[in-house]
Design a protein around this ligand. Structure first.
Ligand SMILES: Nc1ncnc2c1ncn2[C@@H]1O[C@H](COP(=O)(O)OP(=O)(O)OP(=O)(O)O)[C@@H](O)[C@H]1O
Length: 259
């Protein structure tokens, strides 16, 4: 279990997270929703031990994250960041193999077993053809799939994915979220920031809605994902149709087209 209790965080004088309480149990799929700038990435960085909150405590499997080494954290938490460009021109395969680093001793390199695992993950994500390409010379969506592959390679119990589908097409969005969903059945805990409420609705067990650094709703998908909560979070009228959530003006347009 990973918990954050009473978390607050400020960038200099800008208070971004305000008294956040969070808990994720083994095998849960939790989505964090919120408007741009509401604090999702900052919250993720705190939970991964990359930013130190001004107040509050984070426990990772009962241990205070502040007292854990980077390697210990990386054995438990894998991250798919929002954006990634590498200064060095690594091959895709090398990037994916980096996921095994937390499990290797100093100066040890990934071997045949890791190579086999990396290839199996690439096959599952249908990116085997990218294996020998330069990470900096593939598309944004392909890069995102490679980072998902690296996170899977890390074999951690917790996966934090910050808008993992922001560059992905329709098929790859669902392919990767289905793989994530299947991982929860194997006991992994998934925490994603998503911009599409309909994806959160479809794939998550629980949803947390952030607004200006505060949790305004948290709980099971059905109870939290209401048109009212989403309208409040995004400050625009959202309606629920049979097919999912829509902006109210979209509903007008669809209606006119049908008439
Ligand atoms: N390094 C930084 N220094 C100062 N302020 C920052 C920094 N990073 C983010 N912020 C500010 O903190 C607030 C929260 O940003 P954050 O990236 O956590 O939001 P978010 O919900 O992930 O947004 P988005 O959906 O646009 O990715 C924003 O007002 C942002 O401008």
């Amino acid at each position: 279990m990973i918990t954050g209790t009473g978390l607050s965080f400020s960038y200099t004088d800008h208070r971004v997270l305000k008294n956040i309480n969070f808990k994720a149990e083994k095998g849960e799929f939790i989505s964090i929703l919120g408007a741009n700038g509401s604090g999702k990435t900052t919250f993720f960085r705190c939970m991964q031990g990359l930013l130190v909150p001004d107040a509050g405590k984070i426990l990772l499997d009962g241990e205070n994250i502040k007292k854990m080494s980077k390697k210990e954290i990386a054995q438990k938490i894998a991250v798919v960041p929002q954006e990634s460009q590498n200064v060095f021109d690594y091959q895709v395969l090398d990037i994916i193999l980096m996921g095994s680093n937390p499990w290797l001793s100093f100066a040890e390199s990934p071997g045949a077993i890791e190579l086999q695992e990396a290839e199996a993950i690439m096959a599952e994500l249908e990116i085997l053809d990218l294996k020998n390409k330069s990470f900096n010379k593939i598309s944004g969506g392909e890069r995102q799939l490679v980072l998902i592959a690296r996170a899977l390679m890390q074999k951690s119990s917790y996966l934090f994915l910050d808008e993992p589908n922001s560059h992905l097409d329709f098929k790859n969005t669902h392919l990767s979220l289905k793989i994530m969903r299947d991982l929860t059945a194997k006991g992994k805990t998934l925490i994603t920031a998503l911009h599409d409420p309909n994806l959160a609705y479809q794939y998550s067990d629980r949803v947390i809605i952030l607004k200006a650094g505060k949790i305004i709703a948290s709980g099971q998908v059905e109870e939290v994902m209401t048109a009212q909560n989403l309208s409040r979070a995004y400050e625009i009228e959202i309606v629920r149709e049979n097919s999912g959530f829509l902006l109210a003006f979209q509903q007008d347009r669809l209606f006119k087209q049908k008439a």
